[in-house]
Design a protein around this ligand. Structure first.
Ligand code: PHE
Length: 346
């Protein structure tokens, strides 16, 4: 058997044994590589007698083309069958996609809603683009009143309503109080109003858009003890059994008397000591939650409710703030950063 015939049958035998793309690559190098068998045989051409050189060269070239073709066909075959196998191999694990979740604000809104629904409150959502009347006048805050400055307001470029005044981005959910009184008409009223609110502040504890939840409870003979009981119930349900609320005198134009609500610091549990040092979060054992009070008679009048028959209370708290207190988050801007590493923790 001449050298080329021997090489051809050796190649064909080896090709039959090839089972994977990596093996065919090795065979490729073995025969066609720079130091491969074809080149080695080519170097021996000088030993071939001159009259046979031409035929030998042609035969060698034919063999080389044959090997190139066979390797390429085998490669295509192996790759295709690898793909086909993947497509139909039902036992392979599927491609897994990253899991999404609700935003922590949405989770808190759902939780707060269900806490209040358990004691008969109804969840409502009133406009965040509002008229001056509902955000201020109806709440005993006439145009000239200095207290309006406490609720820095962004106005909307829109026609002024002859009765309700300018349009604005509501700075608090209290704008829903009189709307709810108009909707229900006669007490009892038990409202939990959750919506976006706007004030032009931007720092670690304030974003210009934030969420508030507003409670409003009106009926015959409602007094501060009902308010205190409801607040204690809420803070226990939301923050934990060992958390309590306290009322501290304050001033709001739409409540009389008015209070600020503090809750037991969730970090030091009200002891004001954390890890042997004065608690850095609260310094006093208490954290400020938001405003509350007994609804002012003028507000009831705006809502067409007789203050001689009905009394009630209202409160307004920030959602971002309660989440911050619950989880000890120190920068509110994280909520809206869209940073998946922050959001994944909740
Ligand atoms: N609207 C007040 C605020 O945003 C909070 C408040 C609501 C106070 C209801 C009293 C009664 O600060």
């Amino acid at each position: 058997m001449d050298q080329l015939t021997q090489l051809r049958s050796q190649f064909n035998a080896e090709l039959l044994e090839i089972k994977s793309p990596s093996e065919i690559q090795l065979l490729d190098t073995k025969y066609l590589g720079r130091n491969g068998l074809i080149n080695t045989v080519l170097q021996h051409i000088k030993e071939v007698p001159a009259d046979q050189k031409k035929e030998y060269g042609t035969n060698l070239n034919e063999l080389k083309q044959e090997i190139i073709r066979s390797i390429s066909e085998k490669k295509t075959f192996l790759l295709q069958s690898a793909e086909t196998k993947q497509q139909i191999d039902v036992t392979l694990p599927g491609t897994s996609y990253p899991k999404g979740s609700l935003h922590l604000i949405t989770i808190a809104i759902d939780e707060i809603t269900s806490i209040f629904e358990k004691i008969g409150f109804i969840r409502v959502s009133y406009p965040e683009v509002e008229y001056e009347f509902f955000s201020f006048e109806s709440l005993n805050m006439p145009k000239t009143h200095a207290a309006r400055d406490d609720f820095e307001t962004s106005f909307i470029e829109a026609p002024v309503h002859p009765k309700w005044g300018k349009m604005l981005l509501t700075p608090h959910t209290s704008s829903g109080q009189v709307r709810e009184m108009w909707r229900v008409k006669t007490p009892p009223v038990r409202m939990i109003n959750i919506s976006k609110t706007y004030r032009p502040n931007w720092d670690a504890t304030h974003t210009p858009m934030f969420f508030q939840f507003e409670g409003l409870c009106l009926d015959n003979g409602i007094n501060i003890t009902h308010l205190k009981g409801t607040l204690d119930y809420f803070v226990k349900s939301y923050f934990g059994e060992d958390i309590r609320a306290r009322l501290r005198p304050h001033h709001f134009q739409f409540t009389e008397p008015s209070f600020e609500v503090d809750v037991t610091c969730t970090v030091c549990k009200g002891t004001s000591i954390n890890n042997g040092q004065k608690c850095k979060i609260c310094k006093s054992g208490w954290l400020e939650l938001g405003g509350t009070g007994m609804v002012h008679p003028n507000v009831l009048k705006s809502g067409n409710i007789d203050p001689k028959i009905y009394t009630g209370w209202a409160f307004g708290f920030g959602i971002e703030r309660v989440i911050m207190m619950k989880f000890g988050i120190d920068d509110i801007r994280n909520y809206y950063s869209g940073d998946i590493r922050f959001l994944e923790q909740f």
